[in-house]
Design a protein around this ligand. Structure first.
Ligand SMILES: Nc1nc2c(c(=O)[nH]1)N[C@H]1C(S)=C(S)[C@@H](COP(=O)(O)O)O[C@H]1N2
Ligand SMILES: [Mo]
Length: 410
């Protein structure tokens, strides 16, 4: 993470006003079935229309209200940083502001602090250290569609994740400016989105004070060098590197320091895992003890071969992929062409930081007429590796099994 001199980035403010001009960023272009193509995820009921929402290229639509858009997987092969217009989108609540006035918008820091703060976007961009970090944002339910037996919830393929360069202010600098009271234990984050029905609890998430004070936790105003797209939380979002995206609260407007554990629905009832160390259970078992979801286990993917593909044999290929973990960093990626019986070391690409995707590649020359089960296995710097058998839990969280891409050489 680099420190940088504070300074107004006029582009951001300008982009913000431009966002005001969007008639409705929730209304996609070309919603009629005729002019939208589709993509199909490799599980039952995996067909998705490809539709372009404002500031987005066509993405795989799971729901439109609230918007839940998945990144087509080939995008991850094109750039280690996921372009803003291709970055996945997930909202829980459908009542999302259509416009943000960048001049009147304020971020509030209140609760168990010495002094309540109400900061404009300009103050945030001029009065605080501006820092940037590459980090993966991954939905807790990424890959849920692959759970067997299947579980309720959004049936994501593997594209409910993305890697970006996030720029903003350290959360801890804001908390220190406000002055944390000695009885503070947690910090709660609330965005501008609201439930449509009164009975639905507002979406809020909390971190322990200790986690909130980590250096890498940011209140970000920019993503890959540009203002956040509206659908990804313009004008500000929390960035919690290494943690599942549920904590990365978008359109962040309110930070509340608490002197007791947050009891809100999204913390106590949603986003819970079976408490055992595996965070897994047998289908049909009763879920009794739970813990909140937190950081992401290590994963890797092959990005330039899809399952079921036929390729000409006899010629050399370079298999490419990505790996990431919760911030220890990737130590090694192993690659197998025979379903995990033999492994070779893949070559790692440039290191963009411990929280980023890490590229890898491995050579492969298929023989004509043979079928191969390609697999990759990532190991992080504390020796944690992916699972060889998929864990199961009723919410479809935490998938990090070694994935298999079957191909046939002709
Ligand atoms: N305000 C707000 N922030 C939110 C959410 C939300 O519903 N409202 N959803 C969270 C979840 S579960 C995910 S996966 C990520 C999605 O981030 P993205 O839409 O930028 O990809 O936002 C998180 N932050
Ligand atoms: Mo999520």
């Amino acid at each position: 993470m680099n420190g940088e001199k504070p300074g107004i980035d006029r582009r951001h403010l300008l982009k913000g006003s431009l966002a005001l001009g969007l008639a409705s960023f929730l209304t996609p272009r070309g919603l009629s079935a005729n002019d939208s193509s589709t993509a199909t995820l490799p599980f039952e009921r995996g067909r998705r229309p490809l539709i372009a929402f404002p500031q987005k290229r066509p993405l795989m639509v799971m729901t439109t209200r609230p918007p839940q858009l998945e990144t087509p997987f080939h995008i991850f092969n094109e750039d280690i940083f996921t372009p803003n217009d291709a970055f996945f989108v997930r909202w829980h609540l459908a009542n999302i502001p259509q416009t943000i006035d960048v001049n009147t918008f304020r971020l509030t820091i209140r609760g168990r602090v010495n002094q309540t703060l109400s900061l404009s976007l300009q103050e945030l961009q001029t009065q605080f250290d501006q820092v940037e970090i590459a980090a993966v944002c991954q939905c807790a339910g990424n890959s849920r569609g692959f759970f067997q037996p299947r579980v309720p919830g959004g049936q994501w393929g593997n594209g409910a994740m993305g890697n970006a360069n996030w720029k903003g202010i350290r959360l801890r600098d804001l908390l220190h400016r406000a002055g944390i009271e000695t009885d503070a234990v947690q910090v709660r984050f609330d965005g501008l989105d609201q439930p449509v029905a009164q009975a639905t609890p507002d979406f809020r998430k909390s971190l322990s004070l200790e986690d909130a004070l980590h250096e890498e936790v940011l209140v970000a105003h920019s993503m890959n060098g540009e203002a956040l797209p509206m659908l990804n939380g313009f004008p500000l979002r929390l960035v919690v590197p290494g943690w599942y995206a549920t904590y990365w609260v978008k359109m962040l407007a309110d930070i509340e320091v608490l002197n007791q554990a947050d009891q809100n629905f999204w913390t106590t009832r949603a986003y819970r895992l079976p408490a055992d160390p595996c965070h897994c259970m047998k289908p049909g078992e009763d879920l009794t003890d739970t813990v909140p979801i937190g950081k992401m286990p290590v994963r890797s993917f092959i990005t330039n071969m899809e399952d079921g593909r036929s390729i000409p044999g006899g010629a050399p290929y370079t298999i490419k992929g990505i790996a990431f973990d919760q911030g220890y960093g990737i130590d090694r990626v192993l690659f197998s062409v025979d379903g995990g019986q033999q492994w070779q070391s893949a070559r790692l690409g440039k290191d963009f930081g411990d929280f980023s995707f890490r590229l890898w590649e491995a050579p492969f020359t298929p023989e004509p007429g043979k079928t191969y089960s390609l697999q990759s296995l990532a190991i992080n710097r504390i020796g944690e590796s992916q699972r060889f058998s998929a864990r199961w839990n009723p919410s479809g969280y935490l998938r990090n099994v070694v994935e298999t891409v079957k191909i046939h050489a002709t």
